[in-house]
Design a protein around this ligand. Structure first.
Ligand SMILES: Nc1ncnc2c1ncn2[C@@H]1O[C@H](COP(=O)(O)OP(=O)(O)O)[C@@H](O)[C@H]1O
Ligand SMILES: [Mg+2]
Length: 231
């Protein structure tokens, strides 16, 4: 079943937040979801250690030697496997990317981050070359956006990405207090205290994101039968 990898060469880009929000939204739709926490800081393993009744499964303890096997083992049993990566380029990151049906690259609307986005796209293109032409589908996703406005910087990034023919998710992941609270309280979005500012908007945004991801996966020509191992 589909493997969705969250990657970016930058720490703090919003990878772990995106991974957990997406995992919870897919879980809330009734899918079976495993998150592989491949970041040595283990933010998602820590989240799972809380009291949440969420059925999202989290797996830690991955290394560059076992990452491909762990992804494959889970992808035969679960409807979605999400992989959260560290914000650096290394062999574990490269190997995880070779297994992806979709790589999501979070990008914050600032000029500095748009450089990081092109670096991450470069990394994917290198992996594609190693795979002798098999395309690794990827999408940039704008994160920490303001739900009410599109800033000038953001509009500039959209134009630059379109000019470079780089695909963008239609859904933006907005800046929401609820997306921080799930980590602090180690809860699922739908378990949070209703007094959290903008919770309805956060739930709706997460659902829309999961819907777009499901549409994207469904539109793939076919799940490829053999996933190559990078050297
Ligand atoms: N959509 C969002 N809304 C609110 N805060 C966010 C959002 N995305 C990321 N953050 C915050 O930004 C910081 C970095 O996010 P994180 O997901 O840990 O990035 P990464 O995994 O790429 O290092 C964290 O403090 C997180 O709470
Ligand atoms: Mg992270």
């Amino acid at each position: 079943m589909p493997v969705i990898v969250t990657a970016s060469s930058k720490g703090g880009a919003g990878k772990s937040t995106l991974t957990l929000v997406l995992a919870q939204a897919l879980d809330a739709m009734g899918a079976t979801v495993t998150v592989i926490d491949a970041d040595p800081n283990r933010p998602l393993v820590r989240w799972r250690g809380g009291k949440s009744a969420s059925t999202v499964d989290v797996v830690g303890d991955v290394t560059e030697s076992n990452i491909i096997k762990v992804i494959r083992d889970h992808s035969v049993r679960r409807q979605f496997v999400l992989v959260d990566l560290e914000g650096t380029a290394n062999r574990l990151v490269s190997r995880a990317i070779t297994q992806a049906d979709l790589v999501l690259i979070p990008l914050q609307a600032s000029a500095l981050d748009s450089n990081e986005a092109s670096r991450a796209v470069g990394l994917i293109q290198e992996e594609e070359e190693a795979l002798e032409g098999r395309k690794i589908p990827y999408r940039i996703i704008m994160t920490r956006t303001n739900p009410l406005i599109t800033t000038k910087i953001e509009a500039g990034i959209y134009k630059a990405l379109a000019d470079a023919d780089i695909s963008l998710m239609k859904t933006r992941l907005h800046e929401r207090q609820a997306y921080k609270a799930i980590f602090v309280r180690r809860q699922a979005l739908n378990e949070l205290d209703l007094s959290i500012n903008g919770l309805d908007g956060a739930l709706e945004n997460a659902e829309r994101l999961a819907g777009e991801v499901v549409d994207f996966i469904t539109s793939l020509p076919s799940q490829r039968s053999v996933k190559h191992v990078s050297s």
